[in-house]
Write a protein that binds this ligand. Structure first.
Ligand SMILES: Nc1ncnc2c1ncn2[C@@H]1O[C@H](COP(=O)(O)OP(=O)(O)O)[C@@H](O)[C@H]1O
Ligand SMILES: Cc1ncc(C[n+]2csc(CCOP(=O)(O)OP(=O)(O)O)c2C)c(N)n1
Ligand SMILES: [Mg+2]
Length: 336
């Protein structure tokens, strides 16, 4: 199949016409898309690489599509913005099956629709044998809000998280332990049955649905800093601490109670599960700091208070859990 044939299959799947009038002036198909922007534009990019970010024996093309959109939309949300457009680039070994590419496209289209955000273009390229890379760029609109940076946390603020912690990392760990779940639809959150707990965690690893709507809610509520947790609570919380020059003093009891108890502890046990709560990557939940008393009340995706911001001590900016620096560090692509 030629590149143009493939594009003529892919582009209609994004149904951009559904978004006509919502900022898309020229849809995919020309040299570039044209979108309207009212204000400063939030822009971010994140890619996934076969073998590094997913394995074909665990994840379908559809899963990869949902996940790459989620990663990007949560980065937009972590600035306090709503997503307004996506660009999708795929570089694939020509042996990659058409079915896989179509499945990927369906997953991207599903994620984009869920985020109410049109795919406005992209690129197709071939890659050496075995290589498949999916790269997404997302645009966002602050709708008049000031961007929420990593650097605004102040002593006296509370630290809160929207979404779960450790689910994706626990799901990955369960795959690594040899459990293979292929539940076709999203399983219910289960706190009593181990098999169902395994299934819900592996499902979240394959196709996360972080609470990205909470990003703008946090910004409106006066969040002083925010980040999406892609490399684990400890590493990403540490980034807020460093950028803000403060200590994030997290409450071990609150973390264990809200995030370890339940599916993670049931599926992995307390020790391994706790590591995932602290250091599991790819969760894409939002971590933010708020002035005391202004944590937003959002029933759809509640913010859970997990600690406080305090003045950095002699050790400098850092993140502590129960008063100590955790021994786990989180994900780093190049640390080996
Ligand atoms: N190759 C690159 N060139 C320029 N900037 C980059 C590159 N890779 C990452 N960055 C920037 O570095 C910052 C941190 O990137 P990353 O750790 O990927 O953040 P995130 O977890 O939010 O995706 C971001 O502002 C990102 O835009
Ligand atoms: C096969 C496989 N091995 C390991 C992982 C785990 N993993 C890959 S990337 C990542 C962290 C986040 O990825 P990155 O691309 O750095 O996101 P960013 O920080 O840029 O948002 C993790 C935990 C995985 N998903 N699949
Ligand atoms: Mg990134």
């Amino acid at each position: 199949m030629s590149e143009s044939d493939l594009l003529s299959r892919i582009i209609p799947m994004f149904g951009v016409s559904a978004f006509a009038g919502q900022g898309v002036v020229v849809p995919p198909g020309d040299d570039a898309a044209v979108v309207t922007a009212r204000d400063s534009v939030v822009v971010t990019t994140d890619s996934m690489v076969r073998g590094r970010d997913w394995r074909d024996d665990w994840s379908t093309g559809h899963d990869v599509g949902i996940k790459v959109v989620a990663q990007n939309v949560s980065d937009v949300a972590a600035m306090g913005a709503v997503p307004t457009g996506l660009l999708v680039s795929v570089a694939a070994d020509p042996e990659t099956s058409l079915d896989w590419v179509i499945d990927l496209t369906r997953g991207i289209a599903f994620g984009a629709e869920d985020a109410r955000c049109p795919v406005v273009g992209g690129d197709l390229s071939s890659a050496p044998a075995g290589v498949v890379i999916v790269a997404v760029t997302a645009f966002g609109d602050l709708e008049g809000r000031s961007p929420v940076l990593r650097s605004g946390a102040r002593p006296g603020d509370v630290v809160a998280v929207a979404g779960d912690l450790g689910w994706s990392g626990a799901g990955l760990r369960l795959y690594e332990l040899g459990l293979v779940d292929t539940t076709p639809s999203r399983p219910a959150r289960d706190h009593t049955d181990r098999e169902k707990a395994v299934s819900v965690l592996q499902w979240y690893h394959r196709s996360p649905r972080p609470p990205w709507e909470s990003g703008p809610v946090a910004a409106d509520g006066g969040a002083t800093s925010m980040i999406d947790i892609s490399d684990g609570l400890v590493r990403d919380g540490g980034r807020i601490a460093t950028a803000s020059g403060v200590e994030l003093a997290l409450d071990e009891q609150a973390l264990r109670e809200h995030f370890l108890a339940g599916p993670i502890e049931l599926a992995l046990g307390a020790e391994d599960g706790w590591r995932q709560v602290l250091a599991g990557g790819e969760e894409h939940s939002l971590l933010a700091t708020f002035p005391e008393g202004s944590v937003p009340v959002d029933e759809r995706a509640p913010w859970t208070v997990i600690g406080r911001v305090v003045e950095a001590g002699p050790e400098g900016p850092r993140l502590t859990v129960g008063g100590a620096v955790p021994s786990v560090t989180g994900w780093d692509h190049f640390a080996g």
